[in-house]
Design a protein around this ligand. Sequence first.
Ligand SMILES: [Zn+2]
Length: 246
Amino acid sequence: MGIRRGETVEEAVMNVRKRRMHHAGILNEIEADITELKDKHCPSTEDMSMWRRGSGYKASFSTNETWRLLRVNFTQCSWSRSVWFVQATPKFSFIVWLAMLNRLSTMDRISSWSRGVDETCVLCKCAPETKNHLFFGCSFSSQLWEFLVKGMLGSAYTNDWNAIVILITDQSMERKKLFCVRYAFQAAVYALWRKRNKIKHDDKPLPLSALQKLVEKGVRNKLSLMRIKGGKGMQGILQYWFGARL
Ligand SMILES: [Zn+2]
């Protein structure tokens, strides 16, 4: 095309001369672009760096728009808001996120890469340990879950993982109730996963009643803070929690 290796766009545009048609279509497209640039070329103004933004090239830089241009957009995950929500406790959300993706090292998963391991649930000792069993199909863990949320959920109460995920994703639920159920869910998953790991490492585990009290107290402390910085619709959330205790 008569463009030297290392030539700048400006040099290529300035040195452009009328050429015949090329055989390769892409070369004709480059030729057309160069001609267009030459027509637009304004030799009296200084060159300046421009940033590509969502709405075209601009002189100012935006990390937000650049990130959006670089990232691949996936459809939003239906349950993401029930894992990552305002005022959530990050270490709880993280464990719940792993559980949602079935990435916790439950015994059914461990046995798939380490044959011969004992798959029995260490909490009830009478069923194979899977994510759905641990949260909250297990006769032990279901008692913690029931203790925390049965009073709020009433007839909608369930200990089936998939049904719980649908429940905590329901944006139509009253705000205070939705927060309490989501937070109690995360606190319970975290506490049970910790307890399960402690038993695995021969640590002395808490009895059920002590665990129930401990988790409930953690939820109450959170709700107590929410009175101060919980935001709109969260007034009286602690009273709501007390009112829903069985
Ligand atoms: Zn169990």
